[in-house]
Design a protein around this ligand. Structure first.
Ligand code: PHE
Length: 341
């Protein structure tokens, strides 16, 4: 009985704080050779009148030891798993490197925003086109050089299918679907079989504009394009229209803006002229209106096509068009702020 009391006191005083303690506890109380287990085999030697009481107490003690062992083990396991998963909420975070909008996308969105403010809506269409939408409906004569393999990428197995060389195909697609009044702006990628240099690429981007209604005049077009130039390049910007030729507009013009790098004084970018060309435009040829099912006696309109790379180079003062296609992150990252505007 004294031995039971002694072991019980030891058991109660035993502190299990780590895995080592737990093992010591097991050795001391739960193995076959431990004092407690030995007491169990003593039961049969105890005098019969005390045996029942003795056996009960030893068994209780054994159960207690077992229970303490299990509880302590579970507690320790929980603690270690908790400390392994522990989150240090005060630890400084590593910065997440977010991408940015591509300068070409930024510029296309900006152009569309400016025209949307005066009632144009944005539409898009396929990069892979057919001859009708890129050339025939746009009044290109059969022998026009733009139809030549040297300028246009054709699909080898199907000479009627090609990569669009300009977004003017969207004029046709819009007029085929919709009667005037039409006011659309069409951003897109275009392809031409050209040698790649610092100023030219075989892939580039345009934004096409089309306005068809009754009594639309060349003066309306000029005023709209002046509004655009001032919104895009600042209120000091001047425009100049030079006579030009496109099969689908008559009369046709090319528009220059005063060089925003030298302010018109003359520099390398504007080749010392003070002016930089940014778009082609003109009054939609009646033949085109008729091809698309629009009454050319009732309606007139204008169209224009802006070169996005040229404008982006001007706006962000870069001198090599290839930078926009190489996608070097060191270059692209510089447009982060512009894209968050
Ligand atoms: N499509 C012409 C080009 O690619 C630009 C243009 C568009 C001219 C609309 C006049 C009217 O050069």
């Amino acid at each position: 009985m004294n031995k039971i009391d002694k072991i019980k006191a030891e058991l109660e005083a035993f502190a299990i704080q780590n895995a080592d303690n737990l093992e010591q506890f097991r050795l001391k109380f739960l193995t076959k050779k431990s004092e407690l287990q030995e007491l169990l085999s003593e039961i049969k030697n105890v005098a019969p009148e005390e045996r029942k009481d003795f056996g009960q107490r030893v068994n209780e003690l054994k159960q207690k030891a077992q229970q303490l062992f299990e509880e302590s083990r579970a507690k320790l396991e929980f603690q270690t798993s908790k400390s392994e998963n522990l989150l240090d909420v005060t630890r400084p975070s590593t910065a997440i490197n977010l991408g940015s909008m591509h300068p070409i996308s930024i510029m296309m969105n900006e152009v569309c925003d400016i025209f949307e403010k005066i009632g144009f809506s944005t539409v898009s269409g396929p990069d892979v086109e057919d001859d009708w939408h890129v050339f025939t409906a746009l009044n290109f004569p059969e022998e026009h050089p733009a139809r030549d393999m040297q300028d246009t990428f054709f699909v080898e197995l199907h000479p009627d299918i090609l990569l669009r060389t300009h977004t003017s195909s969207l004029q046709v697609r819009t007029m085929e679907k919709q009667q005037p009044p039409i006011r659309v702006i069409c951003p897109g990628r275009v392809f031409r079989n050209e040698a790649i240099t610092s100023r030219a690429h075989c892939i580039f981007h345009q934004v096409e504009g089309l306005y068809i209604a009754e009594n639309v005049s060349f003066a309306d077009m000029k005023q709209t394009l002046l509004y655009f130039a001032k919104q895009m390049f600042g209120s000091e910007t001047k425009i100049r229209l030079r006579p030009s030729y496109f099969p689908f507009t008559e009369p046709s013009a090319e528009m220059d803006i005063s060089c925003n790098i030298c302010g018109g004084a003359g520099c390398a970018l504007c080749k010392h002229t003070g002016w930089v060309e940014i778009l082609g435009c003109g009054m939609v040829d009646p033949n085109v209106l008729e091809s698309c099912g629009i009454d050319s006696k009732k309606y007139t309109g204008y169209a224009f096509g802006l070169g996005i790379e040229r404008m982006t180079m001007l706006k962000y003062k870069t001198n090599d068009i290839r930078l926009y296609f190489e996608n070097d992150v060191r270059f692209l990252q510089q447009f982060k702020a512009a894209g968050e505007r």
